[in-house]
Design a protein around this ligand. Structure first.
Ligand code: ADP
Length: 184
């Protein structure tokens, strides 16, 4: 585990399975339909049970498909986490299609929604770095940078932000990024 602190909020990166996090909220790297899919999305719906997809269906019927860079909140169902915040990351298309702005927006919108719901602890996966193909190094820089920027600019209920990386390679890349920001 690597750690850093931004104002009163503890930042951590760990290697693990996000479906096992006992946080107030975990973030799902969802797709536009919010109906579940593969990767972390599939794992979250599988572990959380049908209550999550039911709420997602209601949200989509009320507000339509979720555009990339935005976020919505549901129950955590049977997960140890109380809530799931679903966000849709950008599909990597070489980097000139606004991917960076959209990815940063995912992190910022999740933190806004978490704060609005008085959430104290939130865990993020490495959004867009699986099927959506975003290269891990820039994705880690944007993830950590956006969170730090948000926390510095806003007063918030969030006491802990954790990045949960599924494999060793992703964890090592986040740890290297944390080394650059230690002391913030
Ligand atoms: P996207 O479509 O946004 O790329 P993916 O689910 O394909 O989403 O991948 C996002 C990241 O989540 C990848 O780095 C993948 O290794 C990771 N991942 C997959 N399963 C889990 C899990 N159970 N916990 C945490 N991270 C996971």
């Amino acid at each position: 585990m690597v750690k850093a602190k931004v104002k009163e909020t503890l930042l951590q990166a760990i290697q693990g399975d996000i479906t096992r996090e006992k946080a107030d909220a975990i973030v799902n790297a969802a797709n536009l339909s919010l109906m579940g899919g593969g990767g972390v999305d599939g794992a979250i719906h599988h572990a959380g049970g049908p209550a999550i997809v039911e709420e997602c269906r209601t949200i989509v019927s009320e507000q339509g498909r979720l555009p990339a860079g935005q976020a919505v909140i549901t129950t955590g169902g049977k997960l140890p986490a109380k809530h799931v915040i679903h966000t849709v990351g950008p599909v990597w298309r070489g980097g000139n299609g606004g991917e960076e702005v959209t990815l940063a927006s995912c992190y910022t919108e999740c933190l806004k929604l978490a704060s609005a719901n008085r959430i104290k602890s939130i865990s993020f996966p490495a959004i867009s770095t699986g099927v959506y193909g975003y290269p891990l190094e820039p994705a880690a820089r944007i993830a950590i940078g956006s969170v730090i920027k948000y926390l510095n600019a806003n007063s918030t209920s969030i006491e802990q932000v954790r990045f949960v990386l599924y494999d060793t390679n992703a964890y090592n890349i986040y740890a290297a990024e944390f080394a650059k920001i230690s002391g913030v």
